[in-house]
Design a protein around this ligand. Structure first.
Ligand code: FAD
Ligand code: N01
Length: 542
């Protein structure tokens, strides 16, 4: 479709109170909140519909792994009562339908410009305005600029030589064709065994004549235990969702469907530890990580859980040679994002499914016919890259963001992201990040963290506007202390010990910094409230 410059571009630019980039869960709720405050806003979204993650990730098997009854907005009783989830973990089409239901209900689309990518956001100190420009020639100005660009929205295909010459079709899970892909009778290769690979491999295997999985790091997988939701549990959740959400905000992960055991592993008997691990494993989902309080803190405690997980995984895989490849042994359990398994390990018992250990035999290049790994060519009709994202900073750094004195955000963050509370960065007045680096974000139920941020940002904007305060930005000293605090807390955990995307380790050359805040949603929320109550302590108001 030929793209024409939008009306605002033709008119030479418009002015709003706020410009919001992204129309996933974060951008949608931010727009609603801004409207509630009586402010004008323009949202730009690269996709041609709302949904963000759930708009782009349409690969077979894509579904949430935080339970549907918790992975939904909790800010409106009317919205939650008007929607009925059907499965314990909703599949991508259902989540996207839910997001469209919300967009309809709140009449959001009239303020969103779709198929429009923001290319730059430049702050004009004298005017106190941000100017955003887009790939369609829009130019809009606003006092507040809010990045709802997503932590997992910059899909990344590794720079394998030869990909341009590949004669088959290739896809990235994070940018999946809207009409779906039929793999029937095809020789398919999947590169990557993170959550996207682990969800899609069983379904691709059902169609493919032959499937070759290229695995660099073996991952811990926990049984998902997906199932249809009973009518009674959905109805019950509708009665309690708002109070449950208030409770979720006090927890570490923004999730209430399982209890964290407060005991330390060493204070439990081996039988008690086994009982905790076993019951949580069979319950399905992330409850496993809450089996005892120091599971993510010490090697001794973690090893017990990792051994348990490996023993369970081993039971499913028939071929001992494949067991050696599929069982993780190079990182503690939980320090890379855990993956939920629905027939994943079982898939490797199928005669037409192979696994190639590309840690031992790295992918050298793509040829016109397939993939060469360890000197051997695997002929493939299609390649699926389930190779993940330039997480947390990728989408932000792809926009030319300039603050005071023309300082570029991507230059300031060259050695790793620097924020105060994950909400803003010194030198960038009135610029907010939703679930930015330095906040709990990807370690939590993201919708809880999104709501926490959107509401804090909305309240802040309301107070600034009412008090006639022109600008807010983190003070450099507060930012330094926060970055130090985030690093210190992370170093008290086992998280930094794995090559994970949390650490930027999946992108060659990306600084190795643990990006999310490990202190938990509840503690973090208290800090946010204290800061706001103390007249935005740590921020400079101008
Ligand atoms: P996104 O949904 O990523 O939306 C950001 C939007 O910004 C995108 O639509 C993008 O196109 C747009 N954008 C970015 N840059 C620009 C630009 N320059 N110009 C215009 N538009 C731009 N989290 C959980 O808590 N539980 C789960 O079960 C879960 N499952 C997940 C499953 C998958 C497959 C993936 C990839 C992630 C999952 N996540 C999950 C994390 C998920 O990203 C968040 O839960 C949530 O959807 C993020 O919403 P968001 O609005 O912050 O970002
Ligand atoms: O991406 P990933 P993802 N050569 O980065 C491999 C959320 N999510 O899209 O581990 C060979 O996890 C890479 O190997 P390694 C969730 O937060 C949730 O799967 O870096 N292999 C890895 O195996 C998740 O964590 C769900 O050694 C290469 C894989 O590709 C996040 O999104 C579903 C390679 C990438 O795994 C990202 O998940 C999907 C190379 N050059 C996503 N480069 C739910 O279930 C990378 N790899 C809710």
């Amino acid at each position: 479709m030929a793209r024409e410059a939008s009306a605002s571009a033709q008119a030479g630019g418009e002015e709003f109170d706020a410009v919001v980039v992204g129309a996933g869960f974060a951008g949608m709720y931010m727009l609603h909140r801004l409207r509630d405050l009586g402010l004008t806003a323009r949202v730009f979204e690269a996709g041609d519909g709302v949904g963000g993650t759930w708009y782009w990730n349409r690969y077979p098997g894509a579904r949430c792994d935080v339970e549907s009854l918790e992975y939904q907005y909790g800010f409106s009783d009317e919205i939650q009562r008007g929607w009925t989830w059907t499965e314990r973990y909703a599949a991508q089409p259902e989540i996207l339908r839910y997001q469209n239901y919300v967009a309809d209900k709140l009449d959001l689309r009239r303020d969103i410009r779709f198929e429009t990518r923001v290319t730059s956001a430049i702050y004009d100190e004298r005017a106190g305005l941000w100017t955003a420009e887009t790939d369609r020639g829009d130019r809009v100005s606003a006092r507040f600029c809010i990045m709802a660009t997503g932590c997992l929205s910059a899909a990344r295909v590794p720079d394998f030589p030869g990909l341009a010459e590949y004669e088959g079709a290739w896809y990235h899970t994070g940018d999946w064709p809207h009409d779906g892909v039929d793999f029937t009778g095809k020789r398919v290769g999947v590169v990557g065994t993170g959550s996207s690979g682990i969800q899609s491999i069983p379904l691709i295997a059902e169609q493919a004549s032959h499937l070759t999985v290229f695995q660099r790091t073996a991952n811990f997988t926990l049984p998902a235990g997906n199932r249809p939701l009973a009518k009674e549990e959905v109805e019950k959740s509708k009665e309690t969702l708002l109070q449950d959400r208030a409770h979720a905000r006090t927890t570490a992960g923004g999730i209430i469907c399982f209890e964290y055991n407060e005991a330390l592993a060493a204070d439990m008997t081996p039988e008690d530890r086994f009982r905790e691990l076993d019951s949580r494993w069979h319950k399905g989902g992330f409850a496993f990580l809450g089996a005892y309080a120091d599971l993510m803190a010490t090697h001794e405690a973690n090893d017990i859980a990792a051994d348990y997980a490996r023993a369970e995984m081993r039971k499913v895989i028939k071929d001992p040679k494949i067991v050696d490849i599929l069982l993780p042994d190079d990182h503690p359990v939980g320090v890379k994002r855990l993956c939920l398994d629905t027939h994943y390990l079982e898939t490797f018992n199928e005669p037409h499914v192979d696994i190639v250990d590309v840690r031992a035999a790295p992918i050298e290049r793509i040829t016109p016919k397939g993939i060469v790994s360890g000197g051997k060519e695997y002929e493939l009709d299609c390649i699926v890259f389930a190779t993940g994202f330039d997480a947390m900073t990728g989408a932000l750094n792809s926009i030319d963001i300039a603050g005071r004195g023309g300082i570029r955000l991507r230059d300031k963050w060259a050695a790793g992201p620097r924020t105060y509370l994950g909400l803003g960065s010194a030198g960038f007045p009135n610029l907010f990040f939703i679930t930015g680096p330095g906040s709990p974000s990807v370690l939590s139920n993201m919708i809880v963290s999104i709501e926490q941020h959107v509401e804090w940002i909305g309240d802040c904007i309301r107070k600034l506007t009412a008090g006639n305060i022109r600008s807010i930005e983190p003070r450099p000293d507060a930012e330094d202390l926060w970055v130090e605090h985030v690093n210190e807390l992370a170093n008290e955990t086992l998280y930094p010990q794995a090559n994970s995307w949390y650490m930027g380790a999946n992108i060659p050359g990306k600084p190795r910094v643990f990006m999310p805040y490990t202190g938990g949603v509840g503690v973090y929320g208290e800090k946010l409230a204290e800061v706001a109550a103390a007249d935005y302590e740590g921020f400079a108001l101008g």
